[in-house]
Design a protein around this ligand. Structure first.
Ligand SMILES: Nc1ncnc2c1ncn2[C@@H]1O[C@H](COP(=O)(O)OP(=O)(O)OP(=O)(O)O)[C@@H](O)[C@H]1O
Ligand SMILES: [Mg+2]
Length: 241
């Protein structure tokens, strides 16, 4: 087992608002970790600390062996490229086709031959089941398809770590299930470590190798889906109703 994300005694406050109070978490390569927490419990703050967008007050974050707080900006930017982030809103560029959206993250790479880029776009779109939508505009896509394109755009850089912020929110149950299944397919194909923030029990059931529940800035429960769904703790079990 190789630990790719290690969070130790992480604390983060905004004034008197003590958002993260002592978060400890380890994620192994190839593992899907689901994070449950109420709205406002600090899930997005946690993710921002992971990618160095927010600086923790105390504690440390180690990603792929690098302590984030100690990295010079340039090295932090290199490390960030190994982390894929699927935004809640999919955040596609509406004036670009699907193909152009996928090519966009590649713009910083040293000039690759167009044939290589084409092959990469096709491979990545195929892995999310959307190879036929390559020349469509985002406005022509359904919500579930947009999510898939967002995921493809994240995957095209072959991230070692993927952060999913509420990947199924706003989708109907059937599409949600398809996206959850896709997260599982991506795990197998890319062997990435993923952090999946969600309130969706079905998504957690499908994707989680392990889960953690955050309350008042602390991890109050950790375990497999089966362990946590059988919890007698009122607060933990309230997520599974
Ligand atoms: N940049 C900031 N400055 C001040 N307070 C902040 C900042 N970012 C987040 N907060 C506060 O931190 C707390 C946690 O916010 P966060 O966005 O992490 O919640 P969340 O768990 O992601 O919620 P949701 O499920 O609604 O997305 C909130 O009280 C929020 O007001
Ligand atoms: Mg959030």
């Amino acid at each position: 087992m190789e630990t790719v994300v290690e969070i130790e005694h992480l604390k983060k406050s905004f004034g008197n608002n003590h958002v993260l109070n002592d978060i400890n978490l380890k994620i192994e390569r190839g593992e899907n970790m689901v994070v449950f927490g109420k709205s406002g419990s600090g899930k997005s703050v946690l993710i921002k600390c992971l990618v160095g967008l927010l600086e923790p007050d105390e504690g440390k974050v180690v990603i792929l062996g690098n302590e984030i707080a100690k990295l010079p900006t340039e090295e932090l930017n290199v490390l960030r490229k190994k982390i894929g982030f699927l935004f809640q809103s999919a955040a596609l560029y509406d004036s670009m086709t699907v193909r152009e959206n996928l090519e966009f993250p590649l713009r910083d790479l040293k000039k690759k031959p167009q044939a290589e880029i084409d092959a990469l776009v096709l491979e990545t779109l195929t892995s999310v089941g959307l190879e036929d939508a390559m020349d469509k505009m985002p406005s022509e896509l359904s919500g579930g398809m947009r999510k898939r394109v967002g995921l493809a755009r994240t995957l095209i850089l072959k991230p070692e770590i993927i952060l999913y912020d509420e990947p199924t929110t706003g989708l109907d149950p059937i599409t949600s299930k398809e996206i959850s299944q896709l997260i599982l397919d991506v795990q197998k194909k890319y062997n990435a470590a993923s952090i999946i923030i969600t309130h969706d029990v079905e998504c957690a059931r499908i994707t989680a190798n392990r889960m953690v529940v955050i309350k008042e800035g602390q991890c109050i429960a950790q375990g497999t889906f089966n362990e946590l769904s059988a919890s007698t703790d009122k607060w933990v079990s309230s997520f599974f109703k």
